[in-house]
Ligand binder design. Structure first.
Ligand code: HSE
Length: 435
């Protein structure tokens, strides 16, 4: 029988952890991928920094190149797995401007320049796919962009950074300090030598911006996301969380809300939070990711799985590649950017949450009344007060949980407590989410 499948030429930019897995699977599952995409997928070029470097996969040396033009020009689909903004942005633009479809796993690039890339893709008729940019193998981009295209999404909340989840989980379950858990994550290859993108919440913020844009049909960039990382989380926070039946998780939260002036808008934030033990997000262990999406018609959906690593991320890249190759060979296009809603971005200070505040106070008559007065003056209602243990002589540690209040008022309470003569130290303020 004659093989009637057309051949589609693919360039892979970057042959590191993910790129080498993409190339391996393309080789090992060539027949299946041809059957699914309707075309033979030929790795025509692989852009690398050093052609001599050892790799996890055998690559035909004749396709390796260090020259971006040789790698990209004239191909049908480009798979960008370099990461970071430059030179990835230049390479992706080079492809899209030629009408070459792009599959990328680059969250930083999309969160900073998504609209520009979408416009370039639409102008030339190319596809832009990026399932691997958010939560590795977990198909949440497809879920929001396609599966939920008929629903009205109200909230997206999840754990979208595996490194920080691994660190927080090790602190909670193994009693490690933050520093010990970070070193372990670095030894095991989860965290980079410079872990700041993960631990400062920036990686999660980029993913939050991408999810918010898809969920609310509105452009949300990384600059619109209020970000706090996990570097301030202590073993005492973990002990207190265990006492109250919570897990500490770094959450990305994007929600559609009505602002104080009655206008509907979007708020997007990334911060550590106490999550009640009966919320499924509390049980997400190790480096796993999980995202809960709430749709008006669908109700609550949970997406869960491996958010990083070579093979899981390659799975997401290949699913996009099958679609892009199918379109190239047989017609059709990826969904275009959907930003018709143009919702305003709401100030994160106006979002509503609960705080759990841990204080070291003077152990003397009237202190609780002084502290309670500060909450009352800022219009924040107290839900519970616990005195845990006496630390220093003459001092007491108390833990105050609030009812839901405006983020800005909760912050004002924390500031006022810090300046009060009754309070020796504000030991921690953690939001409570997911009840
Ligand atoms: N560094 C990310 C994480 C994976 O730990 O989840 C890539 O986004």
């Amino acid at each position: 029988m004659t093989d009637t499948h057309p051949t589609i030429d693919v360039a892979v930019l970057g042959a590191g952890t993910v790129g080498s897995q993409v190339i391996r699977i393309l080789g090992e599952q060539a027949d299946d991928l041809t059957a699914r995409s309707g075309a033979k997928i030929r790795v025509a070029s692989v852009l690398v920094r050093n052609p001599e470097a050892p790799r996890d996969v055998d690559v035909d040396p004749s396709v390796l190149t260090t020259d971006p033009a040789t790698a990209i020009d004239g191909r049908d689909v480009v798979v960008e797995l370099i990461g970071g903004i430059e030179p990835a942005r230049t390479f992706v633009r080079r492809a899209l401007d030629q009408g070459i479809s792009v599959v990328t796993g680059n969250k930083a690039l999309l969160a900073a320049h998504g609209p520009e890339l979408y416009e370039a893709a639409a102008a030339s008729g190319a596809d832009l796919y990026y399932e691997a940019a958010v939560a590795g193998a977990v198909p949440v981009v497809y879920g929001l962009r396609e599966s939920l295209a008929g629903d009205r999404v109200t909230r997206v909340m999840g754990i979208v950074n595996g490194t920080t989840n691994f660190i927080l989980d090790s602190m909670a379950t193994k009693g490690m300090t933050y520093e010990e858990a970070l070193s372990q994550a670095q030894r095991l290859g989860f965290a980079e030598a410079d872990p700041s993108a993960d631990v400062d919440g920036l990686d999660a913020a980029a993913k939050c911006a991408i999810l918010a844009s898809l969920a609310f049909h509105t452009r949300v960039g990384i600059e619109d996301v209020a970000v706090e990382g996990i570097t301030g989380i202590t073993t005492e926070d973990m002990a207190e969380a265990a006492l109250t039946g919570h897990a500490v998780k770094l959450l990305a939260i994007a929600e559609r809300r009505v602002g104080e002036d009655g206008t509907e808008g979007v708020s997007a934030r990334v911060h550590p939070a106490l999550v009640p033990g009966d919320n499924p997000l509390a049980t997400v262990a190790g480096a796993f990711n999980a995202i809960v999406v709430e749709g008006e018609a669908a109700g609550r959906l949970m997406f869960y799985g491996q958010g990083a690593g070579g093979a899981p991320t390659a799975s997401a890249v290949l699913s996009d590649l099958v679609a892009a190759v199918h379109h190239r060979a047989h017609g059709g296009n990826a969904p275009r950017e959907s930003v018709y809603a143009h919702l305003p971005i709401l100030d994160a200070g106006l979002s509503h949450t609960r705080y759990q505040i841990r204080l070291k106070v003077e152990d003397r008559l009237g202190v609780l009344s002084d502290v309670a007065g500060i909450f009352a003056r800022h219009g924040v209602s107290i839900q519970s007060v616990h005195q845990r243990y006496n630390t220093d002589p003459g001092a007491a540690t108390i833990v105050i949980a609030t009812h839901t209040a405006r983020e800005a008022d909760l912050r004002a309470v924390a500031n006022a407590l810090g300046q009060s003569g009754a309070v020796r130290e504000v030991l921690s303020t953690l939001r409570v989410e997911g009840e």
